[in-house]
Write a protein that binds this ligand. Structure first.
Ligand SMILES: Cc1cc2nc3c(=O)[nH]c(=O)nc-3n(C[C@H](O)[C@H](O)[C@H](O)COP(=O)(O)O)c2cc1C
Length: 201
C-alpha cells in the first residue's frame, strides 16, 4: 500500500472481527517495524507488551471500561516508556559507531535526563507516539486495522501487565480486522487554523 493511502485509510476502529487471529509471524513483523521508529539519541526507550491471550485481553477489556476493541481485536499492544533508558547501558544505542560517538551520546543523555523527570517523561511520550503511528500505518500495509486507546484505568492496567517501576504506560493500540467500517471522520480543522508560515500570527 502506498504511504499516502495508508495515512488516509487508517482510522480508529471501534468494531473488530473477533474471529480473526493474527499469526505469530504477523505480530513479529509488526514489532520488527515498530522498533525502526525514531527516538531521541536512538535511546529506544519504548517497551511493548503484546497481548493475544484471551484471559489477559478480558482483563484489559474491563480496565478499558468495557470498551469492545481489546476483547475483539486480535492483538493488544501496550506501549510503555522506560524512563531509565538514558542510563540503561547507553553505549549500546550506538554500538555500530566508534567509541567516541558512544561516549558523547552517553554524556549528552546524562545532562538532559539525570536531573529532570519532566524530560524523561516527555521523551517516553514522544518515542511511543512515533512508534504508535508506525504500528498503525504498518498494520494498514498488512491489510489490518487498529485503534489507539488511552481510555483505561491506569493503575489497573499497570497491575495486569506487571509494569516495572520507572516505566510509564503511554497508550494501548488494538490491531485486527475491522468488522464494520468507521463512521465519517469527526471533521478536520481547516489547514489555516493549524499551520503557520514561519511564525505564529
Ligand atoms: C491518544 C489517543 C487515545 C484514544 N483513546 C481512545 C479510546 O480509548 N477509545 C476509542 O474508541 N478511541 C480512542 N481514540 C481514537 C480517537 O477517538 C480517534 O483517533 C479520533 O477520533 C480521530 O479519528 P480517526 O483516528 O478515525 O481519524 C484515541 C486516539 C488517540 C490518539
Amino acid at each position: 500500500m502506498d504511504t499516502f493511502d495508508a495515512i488516509k485509510t487508517r482510522r480508529a476502529i471501534k468494531k473488530f472481527d473477533s474471529n480473526y487471529k493474527m499469526t505469530p509471524e504477523q505480530v513479529k513483523s509488526l514489532m520488527e517495524l515498530a522498533i525502526l521508529s525514531p527516538t531521541s539519541y536512538n535511546q529506544q526507550n519504548w517497551r511493548f507488551v503484546t497481548v493475544t491471550d484471551h484471559a489477559v485481553k478480558e482483563k484489559i477489556h474491563v480496565a478499558a471500561r468495557n470498551q469492545a476493541q481489546p476483547l475483539d481485536g486480535s492483538l493488544v499492544i501496550l506501549l510503555c516508556g522506560n524512563t531509565n533508558a538514558w542510563k540503561d547501558d547507553p553505549m549500546r544505542y550506538w554500538k555500530n559507531h566508534p567509541l567516541e560517538k558512544q561516549e558523547h551520546v552517553k554524556d549528552a543523555m546524562h545532562k538532559k535526563y539525570s536531573e529532570s523527570s519532566q524530560n524523561r517523561r516527555d521523551e517516553a511520550m514522544r518515542s511511543c507516539g512515533f512508534a504508535a503511528q508506525t504500528i498503525m500505518l504498518a498494520a494498514k500495509q498488512m491489510g489490518l486495522d487498529s485503534c489507539p486507546m488511552v481510555g483505561f484505568e491506569y493503575d489497573e492496567m499497570a497491575k495486569i501487565i506487571n509494569l516495572p517501576d520507572d516505566y510509564i504506560i503511554v497508550m494501548m493500540i488494538v490491531v485486527g480486522k475491522a468488522a464494520a467500517p468507521p463512521t465519517e471522520r469527526g471533521g478536520q480543522l481547516p489547514l489555516d487554523e493549524v499551520v503557520f508560515e514561519n511564525k505564529f500570527n
